[in-house]
Design a protein around this ligand. Structure first.
Ligand code: GLV
Ligand code: GLV
Length: 325
């Protein structure tokens, strides 16, 4: 019997075709909804490998149901949806997709920053609504980007790639991270500072930190109050890093100027979400790494990791180095 691989979302058939020679592969076929929990639990019970999405909860219940399960590979760089400690305890390898999505996610983060600062979405809506009656000096006037200060919270691969893009706009670059990054300081002229200094000095506060117990609810009303009134907040990491009610109040009361958000506390959100009612919010549906090229590379990396683990080889991007110790 071939080992069984279950994939929790429909992927392009061409991408999984090669795997079918060696493995019995099944995909959740519905394009518009994720796999229901009960089916995921059942599949986990018979699968040797799971390819999961960031919207699937890979917790103790699921991992202990996975009696044959050897690897879970998550189609994302973030793995806050996975209980890594429990996986290690059960001897299950966890893999993610770092590096291959770094440039695409940095591009999107910078695009979101620019769209928010220059009111691109408002402008597009304005024109479609037939409101453009004449040119006028301050019509849809936004904020300069060039020569301003960008503060990057979470200087991993994506943070560094955003910093590199900021050098092209001759921005001053501040960053905060658990550890100092000598390479970005040397190569890009980035300056390390405390979280407090960063939020007070930055014109653009860009959140790229992973979601952990330490970063959950990091951006509160108090933090927004300490930012410049002209500050623009960009979040391309995870929604729960921000207290959304506090962000809403900060935007309504003018503590900060605007926000560009790719992620939300509870996804998906719908059109009734209060933040969508604000003209100074640019909201997009968690599409940081969403280019065709990058998503195909991420899928391939997940499939390579599954093949490696099920063939007794080293996977390319293992999260829990201790899984088989
Ligand atoms: C997307 O949010 C990712 O973590 O890759
Ligand atoms: C903070 O952003 C950290 O990554 O430690």
């Amino acid at each position: 019997m071939k080992p069984y691989v279950f994939i929790t979302r429909k992927l392009p058939d061409e991408a999984v075709e090669k795997l079918r020679a060696k493995y019995d592969v099944k995909m959740w076929e519905k394009e518009d909804v994720g796999v229901p929990r009960s089916i995921l639990l059942e599949e986990a019970g018979r699968a040797d490998a799971l390819l999961t999405m960031l919207s699937d909860q890979i917790d103790e219940e699921l991992l202990s149901a996975g009696t044959r399960l050897k690897v879970v590979t998550n189609l994302a760089v973030g793995y806050d949806n996975v209980d890594v400690e429990a996986a290690t305890k059960h001897g299950i390898a966890i893999c993610n997709t770092p590096d291959v999505l770094t440039a695409a996610t940095a591009d999107l983060t910078f695009a979101l920053l620019m769209a928010t600062a220059r009111r691109i979405v408002e402008g597009a809506e304005f024109i479609k609504a037939g409101q453009w009656k004449s040119w006028s000096p301050l019509l849809l006037a936004g904020h300069d980007i060039h020569h301003k200060t960008i503060g990057i919270v979470g200087m991993g691969g994506i943070g560094s790639a955003v910093a590199k893009r900021a050098t092209g706009f001759e921005m001053e670059i501040l960053y905060h991270n658990r550890s100092r990054k000598n390479d970005v300081e040397m190569e890009l002229g980035a300056t390390y500072c405390s979280f407090e200094q960063l939020i007070e000095r930055s014109d653009f506060v860009v959140c790229l930190t992973p979601l952990t117990e330490e970063t959950k609810n990091l951006f509160t009303r108090d933090v927004f109050r300490r930012m410049k009134k002209t500050a623009i907040f960009i979040n391309a990491s995870r929604g729960p890093v921000v207290n959304e009610e506090d962000l809403y109040a900060a935007l309504v009361d003018g503590d900060i100027a605007a926000a560009g958000l790719d992620v939300f506390a509870k996804e998906p959100i719908d059109q009734t979400h209060p933040l969508l009612g604000l003209s100074n919010v640019v909201a997009i549906p968690h599409i940081g790494s969403a280019t065709v090229e990058t998503r195909l590379n991420m899928i391939q990396l997940c499939l390579d990791n599954i093949d490696a683990i099920l063939s007794g080889k080293e996977p390319k991007t293992l999260v829990n180095k201790e899984w088989n110790k």
